[in-house]
Ligand binder design. Sequence first.
Ligand code: AMP
Length: 286
Amino acid sequence: MLLNTVENVKNNILEWKKQGYTIGLVPTMGALHAGHLSLIKKAKETCDKVVVSVFVNPIQFGPSEDYDKYPRTLDADTKLCDSEGVDIVFAPSAEEMYGKGQRLSNDTLTYVCPPFFYVNKLCGKTRTGHFDGVCTVVLKLFNIVQPDKAFFGQKDAQQVVIIRKMVNDLNVPIEIIQCPIVREDSGLALSSRNKYLSDDGKKDALVLSKILNNVKLCYKKGITDISSLKETAYAFLTDKHDLEYLEFVDKNTLDDKIKADDSTIVLIACRVEGVRLIDNLYLGEC
Ligand code: AMP
């Protein structure tokens, strides 16, 4: 069932709560692919009712980012969700989410701002305000849907750490479930932004997963020095790749690592054909 208003969603939620159903929420920006589908399947497995939100959230995009051209495929998304047995697809307009005539700025709108330590690194370094926008919309969705569990992808690992921090710091009574990265057979992590890439670009984009796999291989052989691991990684880059970062941090706290170990997550962001792609890999168990 496709719903566009907060009120309609809330009415359904009220009814479900009365019946004692558990509710799972999968927040997305749409253009759904098998990565999103894995979250939906996990939600279906573990919750009585599943809500998928489809909302391209304006306040998490910077002024020079791709908000306007971000792929919007609501009809296909709704069909896919229907075929997966999703109970509600919640696809509000920006006005429905933030209010008619509301200026989307932190002068006039209440934002949830995660701690500087967590946002002043990795994706947050170049995407100023991005995680404020993410946490704000996610908390709003949590308040609207009141799920028992919410499902997020490891693909956006920094986002999951930050959302877990928000939930913990603000006593939000929702369990955050992280689901593994879904990849093409080639190794390329699925992303709605892969649609921007040409066939050649998709081949060049394989460098992200190749670098991560090579780092893990070297780590398994006993190399823990991060400079050495970075050096071997850089050898994979060509003039087709514009590396933004390759970082080694603690998988739970995002603290920088002095040496690689089993609690390390390696994260990469790289532009290919001008498209900003991200990927990551745990060196130890997930
Ligand atoms: P997005 O629509 O890009 O905001 O993503 C919505 C959710 O799907 C986020 O929690 C993402 O981490 C997750 N997601 C995106 N791509 C993948 C993927 N390849 N594998 C698993 N989860 C993913």
